[in-house]
Design a protein around this ligand. Structure first.
Ligand code: MN
Length: 290
């Protein structure tokens, strides 16, 4: 029997800051120095929940590049309008997920959707960065606009559920195409509910608490908002027990055991590749927004 994945540590937000003027984020990693514990994931920002007043301006983050990884935006409240240099554009509404493969490079902007900005309201999103293997870092950029309706729901016996965004849970597969084996489950548990979630042996994993109070494997607690527990590669499940109604993200992935060199929006394998990325961006090789 493979047993349960051991909880390596629990952490609160390691950094609170604004991304542009649209995303007030609590960063769970890498700010906590968790790089080795969350591989193949690189970054997780939890934006909001924050009330934005009605405004004639659309806040957000203006055009900027990415190379070498994927950005995954999960919308909970509010709406984000996105467009990129590959010609992809769209609005991410509550329940939707945008899975953008920057790979060899894109330039994009991420703004509050105009109508949402005009009316105002609560804004809540998660942005997760997923590393790409060396062999795929310079592949063609991609874009998966995954709507709420496309995400299958696995119901638990006691009232909660998991939306399977990527990977597989209890035989249900999520719609996201991924380059390495990854699970991303968006989980809601009711107070008093206890579920065992299967996560592959060999995957590193993390439980992100948006809000609530849970204990893991009968021990470690995550309580409040914006907290994370990291789980080791050994073992093949985690038990989550909710003391209160709780909203969570469950992440797991096969670690990518290659060198990581990162600088801002670029995540490559060597310093030389970072220098190249900056030169290519400046030379317009990642394209332009039309
Ligand atoms: Mn971006």
């Amino acid at each position: 029997m493979a047993g349960q994945k051991k909880v390596l540590g629990t952490y609160g937000a390691g950094s609170n800051h604004w991304v542009g003027d649209g995303f007030p984020v609590r960063n769970l990693f890498p700010s906590n120095g968790l790089e080795a514990e969350v591989n193949p994931f690189l970054m997780l920002d939890y934006a909001g929940p924050t009330l934005f007043k009605p405004s004639g301006k659309t806040p957000g983050v203006g055009q900027h590049p990415h190379r070498g990884f994927e950005t995954v935006t999960i919308a909970y409240q509010g709406a984000v309008a996105h467009r990129d240099s590959s010609g992809n554009a769209g609005v991410i509404y509550p329940g939707d997920v945008q899975w953008m493969t920057a790979a060899s490079g894109v330039v994009h902007e991420e703004m509050h959707e105009q109508e949402f900005a005009r009316k105002g309201g609560i804004f809540e999103m998660v942005q997760l960065w997923v590393n790409l293997p060396k062999a795929d870092k310079m592949s063609k950029p991609g874009y998966q606009a995954i709507t709420k309706e496309q995400i299958p729901v696995v119901k638990f016996a006691s009232g909660g559920h998991a939306r399977v965004i990527a990977g597989e849970l209890n035989g249900t597969r999520g719609p996201a195409h991924t380059f390495t084996e990854i699970n991303v489950f968006d989980v809601i548990l009711k107070a008093g509910e206890r579920v065992e979630i299967a996560l592959p042996e060999g995957h590193q994993a993390a439980i992100v608490l948006r809000k609530g109070d849970v204990s893991l494997n009968g021990g470690s607690a995550l309580t409040g908002e914006a907290r994370i527990a990291t789980l080791g590669v050994s073992g093949a499940s985690v038990t989550i027990e909710a003391k209160q109604d709780s909203t969570l993200l469950v992440l797991s992935g096969e670690p990518i055991n290659e060198p990581v060199a990162s600088y801002g929006p670029f995540v490559m394998n060597t310093r030389e590749e970072l220098v190249q990325a900056m030169e290519d961006y400046k030379a317009g090789k990642m394209g332009r927004l039309q």
